[in-house]
Ligand binder design. Structure first.
Ligand SMILES: [Zn+2]
Length: 324
């Protein structure tokens, strides 16, 4: 399989407010460097291309994209941390803006679209190793370290190209409130998420089982909230159900919002998945035999990120033409 990478090493947010205190922000390039090194050794790299801003505007309104650009420009001398929820179109106090934020978020979109274009052309699996992540960004709110929703922009682009159903499987520890909200009334792009219950975990506001979509999208949104401390025993039951849904829908392309913060050693997520469980996750996704675009979301311990990634992708090392 191929990979595309854009770690935006000059984009280093340092602050966030957690439980009332200013703490160190964990969403740094360091978290993915070892994962990237592994891929550079074993897989073929795609060069990041630039895409027209119009592809962003299919998900985020022009004014919002401009707003993120202006917030970045205003943060030239000082990193800006909104102290109040919803201030400046940022829905939490964990998502600071630096002078590099806009360019980094845009570069992550370009890396993601590079992967999406490749999968349309070749039907081969691609992994997009990038940051900032995207799944918490709604059409017009940033939050949860996310500004532009990479997975949503890629899925919208994929659908525009192939006009066939797309499934998004979100296996980050946190519910992808942004992605869910963007496709909530869209039956062509199906959202399925397994995550720590919003009763106890970020983003608090969504991720409940009874959120099933609305209008034409009713019945095409699936949430599997799990209690914290869930291990493979509990996780695998939800995972099998999610895979059954994907098998039934039989999408042309599967987009995986991939977070490693489900690993037992992650400092933020609370699940207890072991490194070996990621081998099983990779094996079962590969067994779906659907061309898959993996897009990086969370994961905040560089060692467990590496272990999870190397195990998950062990089965993806050979390039297989899934349509052959
Ligand atoms: Zn997460």
């Amino acid at each position: 399989m191929k990979f595309v990478s854009q770690l935006n090493e000059d984009y280093i947010p340092t602050l966030e407010i957690d439980k009332g205190k200013i703490v160190k922000n964990p969403e740094t390039p360091e978290r993915l460097k070892k994962v990237l090194k592994y891929f550079e050794t074993f897989h073929e790299r795609l060069e990041v291309k630039n895409y027209p801003l119009n592809l962003l505007f299919h998900v985020h309104p022009k004014w919002y994209v401009q707003h993120i650009k202006e917030l970045s420009e205003k943060s030239k001398d000082n990193e800006y941390l909104p102290e109040v929820f919803l201030k400046d179109r940022i829905f939490d106090s964990g998502t600071p803006v630096t002078f590099q934020t806009y360019n980094a978020a845009l570069s992550a979109v370009n890396a993601t679209l590079t992967g999406a274009e490749e999968i349309v052309k070749t039907k081969e699996n691609v992994y997009v190793i990038t940051r900032p992540p995207g799944h918490h960004a709604t059409t017009d709110f940033a939050g949860g370290y996310c500004f532009f929703n990479n997975a949503a922009i890629a899925s919208t682009f994929l659908y525009s190209q192939i006009k066939e159903k797309i499934c998004i499987l979100d296996i980050d520890f946190h519910h992808g409130n942004g992605t869910q909200s963007i496709f909530y009334e869209n039956p062509e792009i199906v959202y399925i998420s397994i995550h720590g219950t919003p009763e106890h975990y970020f983003p608090w506001i969504s991720g409940y089982k009874d959120e099933i979509g609305e209008g034409k999208g009713k019945g095409t949104n699936f949430n599997f909230p799990l209690s914290g401390k869930s291990s493979w025993n509990e996780y695998s039951i939800a995972f099998e159900k999610a895979l059954d849904i994907i098998t039934k829908i039989s999408p042309a392309i599967l987009v995986v919002s991939l977070g490693y913060d489900t690993h037992i050693d992650d400092p933020i997520g609370d699940f207890k998945l072991e490194s070996r469980d990621f081998f099983q996750i990779g094996y079962e996704i590969k067994n779906l035999k659907i061309p898959t675009l993996f897009i990086q979301e969370g994961g905040y311990n560089k060692e467990s990120n590496f272990e999870a990634a190397s195990n998950l992708f062990k089965n993806f090392e050979k390039e297989v033409n899934l349509y052959a």
